[in-house]
Design a protein around this ligand. Structure first.
Ligand SMILES: [Fe+2]
Length: 388
């Protein structure tokens, strides 16, 4: 038995106006200072006021949000007593809001105690959570996973429980328009990695396959266009949808080795999440290789790649992914991210430890041992195709 969990998704031009139809008295808006300066918070407040909802703004969420920031937000929520939490931002903002909502509704449960097997969180009694996505790729508006950093303890906390899924996801392309090309490219690669890993990990299932394939098609068709011209609103809308679709796809299947490696590299060298996981994606496909050949062929077919006789679909697919990444100025090797060989070698042990301890690795169709992980990282540093 398994579950397929999804928020109510409101998408397309003007989806934001759905806020004016919400019911409630008092909203707590969770965001960051950049989103405030772009004027998006004013737009959200305007819509809420049409519904007669008062709003308080908490704009202190930082990238890689900390447990401490969450606690600060929860203290304010306890003061105001909102019946609506509205996250306006990218993955960090939405993750922080999801965690705040849990702590607000269930102060008796510590964040580190939340796991997939608790079935009685009973969220929704005190407030509803609405996520308004301003980036296209993390899928956080539709997922039930949260990553927090405990700065006091210098560790990452992963909260996964299907009850923490937002009640409503707002996927309005107008809010993604402000993203600069670099963030568009980074988050787009995250969406692609979610979709490919969701389609090929060992927990893939009938409910997620179609979503993942559709997201892959959308990314290949529209990501280069929107990186080139951020005002290409057709491409913006398609990529904004792709990020959410891939989010629903992967969270109900799970991500695997590219995410394990990307988390590790990102945590040690502060490479943005999407750039890091996207960098590892082709190497992961090469490493998993034969055991998923049929699925690589299905993906290749879906994006109209020809696999000549005698060639492997994995090879053709990785060429296409590297071509896409090159096209949108993403690094193709760890070296190209600017990390020196010396600091890479120094970090090797920690990089391997992090990968081996990452929950995402469990669902990889081929799980590397320590020696293979070290080789895998070495090849990825140099930009050499995996041949073992
Ligand atoms: Fe991701």
């Amino acid at each position: 038995m398994w579950y397929f969990v999804v928020p109510e998704v409101v998408f397309g031009q003007d989806a934001l106006s759905h806020l004016a139809q919400l019911k409630g008295k008092s909203a707590f808006i969770v965001t960051d200072k950049n989103i405030v300066s772009l004027g998006f918070v004013d737009k959200v407040k305007e819509q809420l006021s049409q519904a007669g909802i008062q709003a308080t703004v908490f704009d202190e969420v930082e990238p890689d949000p900390s447990l401490q920031t969450v606690q600060k937000g929860v203290a304010l929520m306890n003061q105001y007593g909102p019946d609506l939490v509205v996250a306006v931002g990218g993955g960090s903002v939405m993750d922080a809001a999801k965690a705040m909502r849990v702590q607000y509704e269930r102060p008796d449960i510590k964040p580190e105690e939340i796991n997939p097997f608790i079935s009685d969180l009973g969220l929704g009694a005190k407030c509803k959570l609405v996520c308004v996505a301003t980036t296209s790729g993390t899928g956080a508006e539709a997922t039930f996973a949260v990553v927090l950093t405990d700065t006091a303890d210098q560790r990452k906390l992963s909260l996964i429980n299907r009850e923490i899924v937002p009640d409503i996801a707002i996927v309005d392309p107008e809010l993604a328009r402000a993203m600069p090309p670099q963030i568009t490219a980074d988050t787009g690669m995250d969406a692609l990695t979610h979709a490919v890993e969701g389609y090929t990990c060992t927990w893939k299932n009938d409910f997620t396959d179609g979503l993942c394939i559709k997201a892959i098609q959308l990314v290949f068709q529209y990501l280069p266009r929107v990186v080139k011209d951020g005002n290409d609103m057709e491409a913006r809308e398609k990529m904004h949808n792709a990020g959410c679709i891939a989010g629903i796809g992967f969270i109900n299947a799970l991500s695997s080795m590219a995410h394990a490696a990307g988390h590790s590299l990102g945590a040690l060298f502060h490479i943005p999440h999407g750039r890091a996981v996207g960098l590892f994606l082709p190497y992961t496909i090469e490493f998993i290789g034969e055991v998923r050949e049929e699925l690589w062929a299905e993906i290749a077919y879906a994006i109209k790649l020809e696999v000549p006789k005698g060639k492997r679909a994995a090879t053709i697919l990785t060429q296409a992914i590297r071509g896409l990444a090159h096209n949108i100025n993403q690094p193709l090797s760890i070296k190209e991210t600017g990390i020196s060989l010396n600091s890479f070698n120094k970090a090797m042990e920690k990089l391997i430890d992090n990968i081996m301890a990452d929950g995402s690795l469990i669902v990889s169709a081929r799980i590397p041992n320590v020696a293979e992980t070290e080789r895998f990282l070495g090849y990825t540093y140099e930009g050499k195709s995996i041949d073992f």
